[in-house]
Design a protein around this ligand. Sequence first.
Ligand code: F0G
Length: 365
Amino acid sequence: MNHPTPKATSRQWRGVIREYADRLDVTDATPVVTLGEGGTPLLPAPALSRRTGADVWVKYEGMNPTGSFKDRGMTMAVTKAVERGAKVVICASTGNTSASAAAYATHAGIKAAVLVPEGKIAMGKLSQAIAHNGELIQVQGNFDDCLDIARDLAENYAVHLVNSVNNDRIEGQKTAAFEIVEAHGDAPDFHFIPVGNAGNYTAYTRGYREDLAAGNSTRIPRMFGFQASGSAPIVRGEPVRNPETIASAIRIGNPASWELALAARDETDGYFGAIEDDKILEAQRILSAEVGIFVEPASAISVAGLLERAEAGAIPAGARVVLTVTGHGLKDPQWALRTADGSDVQPTVVPVDTAQIAAVLGLTS
Ligand code: F0G
């Protein structure tokens, strides 16, 4: 049968490489591997604006194909790997990178090997890596051990590393800043973002810097990054040997992009802060219940960080603030079912009876 080749129309988002081809290291001959990542919603958050007095917007990166911002970097990393002839990519991961690497590799017809800390990644992410035919290896150590081994393997064996120490990842991820500047006509005053390896913090700073240099914006936002208190090496100024937090995505004790992140902070008059787990869960709930955006705990740290900084008087009234929320809530849904005192939410059970249900709901006829 003879069908025309589908054309991406002007209404169809073409993925970050095609959308930003002129600002990435690609040519017409580059074999683009895309699942349609990027073009994510930038949404107003009136409930957060009311709480803080700032003008707050949320960049909802959970809306990427595998449910996290990693897809922006992975489209570039896997594309460039294929361009260079790689047959296997490898990464260490707290979950999201493994899901993304497995999906993009399999789409490209190559293999992904993923190293994850045993028993320490969220169920949704584990399922994704396996569903996408990743070679999933559970390592009896933490994320930092996994990254050391992944780097070792990439140096000594025929595998291509797709962690964010690979500059292609950072290049792809910088496109989120481009989208924000395009949507708002300028960069915000402040940008809040979760920090694990600090690759994304570095990527946004690069994107904003390039937009300023290109004349697309008049400023670079102050970059505010947040780590969980039990896993806050950059804030503490030294590696954390046994990082602990319920925000498993950012349970990282020795960030790969530490130096780059400090440089980015200094360049943007930025800030790194630490947030307790209970504040992360509180912020997750505010975002889901008051704004309508469901994110995984690591992502909610952007919200918690904003609330903490606003409380501290560090955010002027009316300042334009963008929060990146990095991963979808469905990745790690268990936390939403917990009440503040740690017990499980018990949904009301009723018989098949309209009147009783109306009574439970407090409805009047
Ligand atoms: N948010 C989520 C949901 C993440 O999965 C990660 C990192 C971050 C924030 C932090 O980004 O490392 O660039 O500072 N996840 C990696 C992974 C480590 O393996 O999925 P970063």
